[in-house]
Design a protein around this ligand. Structure first.
Ligand code: DGY
Length: 322
C-alpha cells in the first residue's frame, strides 16, 4: 500500500471537499471548526506536506518560520491572500496557492444584493415586517433610491469588478471605474475609465469597492474621499473591510452625506464597529460573498487541484508567483 501524503486542514471543509481530501490524502481535519492558534497549527502540521487554511488564519512570518520542513504548500481557501506572508513562505521554499475565478459570480451577486439592499432600505423594510409594525401601504413609506439610470463607480476592475459591472448594466446603470490600468475595449464595454480614483468619486451615485487589501488600498474610503462623492451616494463593500475608514463612513452615514451602505466585509471582522448595527441606513452581511454551495465546493476543489499538482511535482493551477 502506498503511503498517502499528510495534509492539515485548519478549518472544517465542505463535505464534498472533505471526501475528496480524505480519499486522496491522510488528512488532519478540524471537524469542530475551531480557530487554531499558531502553536496548534505548527504542531498539527508536523509531517504534513500541505496546509489548507482560510482567511481567518494568520500565516505571518513568525508562524511560517516555525512550520515543519515537511510543509511544501499553503493552499488558502480564498482568493484573498493578505493573511499570508508570501515572501516569508517563498524564502522557506513553501508555495502558496489561492482560489481565483471560482468565486467571481457569487461575490458579484452579493455586491448586487448589498447595492439593492442599501438602495431600497431592505433592512428597515424587513424589520418593519418582522417586528409586526407594518400598518399598511402608504405613498411615502420606505422610499429608497432608484438604481436604474444611476452611475456606479467601481474601484478595482479585476474579475469581480467586471462581473459587478455586467450585472449592474442589467439594472440600467452606467459604469465608471478606477483601476491601475485601463481595460481593453472588449472588457471595458463602454465603462468610463478614471486613472485616478479621486477623479471618479464625484461621478459615483453608487460606489462599489472591489480592490484587494493592500497597503495602498488601506482606508481608501476616508473622510477626504467621501467628501468627493455626490451627496446621497451609496457605498458597497464586498472586498475587504480594511478599504474603509469606519469612523469616516459612519460619520457620513449619520450626516446623510452617504445615504446608505451595503457591507459584506468589515475591518477586524467578526468584531465589527458596533455603530454600524444601530444605523438604519446600513445593509449588513457577515462576509458571505462566496457562500454558495457551488462556489465553496469549487474553492475547496481549487485547493485540492493545487495539492495534487504540487504532490506530483508540478506547479499548481493557482500558485502565487508574485
Ligand atoms: C476570499 O476568498 O478572499 C473571500 O473573501 C472569501 O469569501
Amino acid at each position: 500500500m502506498v503511503n498517502k501524503l499528510r495534509v492539515l486542514a485548519t478549518r472544517a471543509l465542505p463535505a464534498a471537499v472533505t471526501d475528496r481530501l480524505t480519499q486522496d490524502y491522510e488528512a488532519h481535519l478540524n471537524p469542530d471548526d475551531r480557530l487554531m492558534s499558531a502553536q496548534e497549527i505548527v504542531s498539527a502540521a508536523e509531517g504534513c506536506f500541505a496546509i489548507i487554511c482560510t482567511g481567518s488564519d494568520r500565516f505571518d512570518a513568525a508562524l511560517i518560520e516555525r512550520l515543519p520542513a515537511s510543509v511544501k504548500l499553503v493552499a488558502t481557501f480564498s482568493v484573498g491572500y493578505e493573511h499570508i506572508d508570501v515572501a516569508a513562505a517563498r524564502s522557506r521554499a513553501i508555495q502558496v496557492s489561492n482560489t481565483p475565478d471560482v468565486l467571481t459570480d457569487a461575490t458579484a451577486e452579493i455586491a448586487l444584493l448589498c447595492l439593492l439592499g442599501a438602495a431600497r432600505r431592505a433592512w428597515e423594510a424587513q424589520t418593519l415586517l418582522r417586528e409586526d409594525r407594518w400598518v399598511g401601504w402608504t405613498t411615502t413609506q420606505l422610499c429608497g433610491t432608484q438604481v436604474s439610470g444611476k452611475r456606479l463607480g467601481i474601484l478595482g476592475m479585476g474579475r469581480i469588478g467586471r462581473a459587478v459591472a455586467a450585472r449592474a448594466r442589467g439594472f440600467g446603470m452606467t459604469i465608471h471605474y478606477a483601476n491601475r490600468r485601463r481595460l481593453a475595449q472588449d472588457q471595458e464595454q463602454g465603462a468610463v475609465y478614471h486613472a485616478q480614483p479621486e477623479d471618479m468619486l464625484p461621478h459615483c451615485d453608487f460606489l462599489s469597492l472591489n480592490a484587494p487589501s493592500t497597503p495602498e488600498t488601506h482606508h481608501f474610503l476616508n473622510a477626504e474621499r467621501i467628501a468627493l462623492l455626490p451627496k446621497g451616494a451609496i457605498v458597497v463593500n464586498t472586498a475587504r473591510g480594511s478599504l474603509v475608514d469606519d469612523a469616516a463612513l459612519i460619520e457620513a452615514l449619520t450626516s446623510g452625506k452617504v445615504a446608505a451602505a451595503g457591507l459584506d466585509v468589515f475591518e477586524g471582522e467578526p468584531k465589527i464597529d458596533a455603530r454600524y448595527r444601530t444605523l438604519p441606513n446600513t445593509f449588513l452581511l457577515p462576509h458571505v460573498g462566496s457562500a454558495t454551495v457551488e462556489t465553496r465546493n469549487a474553492m475547496g476543489f481549487a485547493c485540492l487541484n493545487n495539492l495534487d499538482a504540487v504532490a506530483a511535482g508540478r506547479s499548481g493551477p493557482s500558485i502565487l508567483t508574485a
